[in-house]
Design a protein around this ligand. Structure first.
Ligand code: 6PG
Length: 224
């Protein structure tokens, strides 16, 4: 685990956007394509804006989400909506996007087709960017969800999750799929998240799911 701290969120986002650009370019040079799995929430919005303006052969980049709220992507709370409006614009509109959400089905009913879509991504993700809530959740692996224990041990790519303390049913990538990646980044801001991180080091994944990712190589980007 490597903690990189920045004096400001702007400095963090500039550095992280540059690092992502470099790694996507390296992956494209090496294998002709690159894959990126992104979180929703509020933290990554300025990063998405920066990336959208980054010149890159985006048509060779496949993007998906580490989780989504099970609501129509026309809704502002949808992570797909966030990605479409904040990232998949300008240069980055050329990227191939694989959504988790599917119309006309519950998250439980959509697990198989979501799994099939995710299986079209061959091999490990080049980059996974995780967020974290102050309850220790990451992606939609919520400590209070009845499905958490099964999700932590699942070999599938995605699972339906019903948090009791957070809104909306969710579709989340599993730890197995998220750990099948070349680089994992935890992007967090604010003193409270740093305190949550310190606490998570001492708690099992069933209590604070982010703990699982702290046991594997992870680069943490933090700014006040
Ligand atoms: O759908 C979501 O809510 C996310 O993917 C989730 O895992 C998020 O990363 C954290 O909740 C942090 O959210 P903030 O960045 O808003 O603090």
């Amino acid at each position: 685990m490597q903690l990189q701290t920045f004096a400001s969120r702007d400095a963090l986002n500039a550095e992280l956007a540059e690092s992502i650009e470099q790694q996507l370019n390296q992956a494209i040079a090496h294998k002709g394509q690159a894959t990126l799995a992104l979180s929703g929430g509020s933290t990554p919005v300025p990063l998405f804006n920066r990336l959208s303006h980054t010149p890159l052969t985006w048509e060779q980049v496949t993007i998906t989400l580490v989780d989504d709220r099970w609501i129509n992507p026309s809704e502002p709370d949808s992570n797909e909506h966030l990605l479409r409006t904040q990232l998949l614009q300008d240069h980055a509109r050329q990227a191939r996007f694989i959504p988790l959400w599917q119309a006309g089905m519950t998250a439980e009913e959509a697990v198989q087709s979501c799994q099939a879509r995710l299986q079209t991504i061959n091999g490990p993700f080049d980059i996974v960017i995780l967020g974290m809530g102050n309850d220790g959740h990451t992606a939609s692996l919520f400590p209070d969800a009845a499905e958490l224990t099964a999700a932590l041990h699942s070999r599938a790519d995605c699972v339906a999750i019903n948090p009791t303390q957070a809104p909306y049913p969710r579709m989340s990538l599993t730890p197995a799929r998220l750990l099948n990646s070349r680089q994992r980044i935890l992007h967090i801001v604010g003193e409270d998240k740093l305190a949550t991180l310190a606490k998570a080091l001492t708690r099992p994944p069933e209590e604070m799911p982010i703990h699982l990712f702290l046991q594997h190589p992870l680069t943490i980007y933090w700014a006040p």
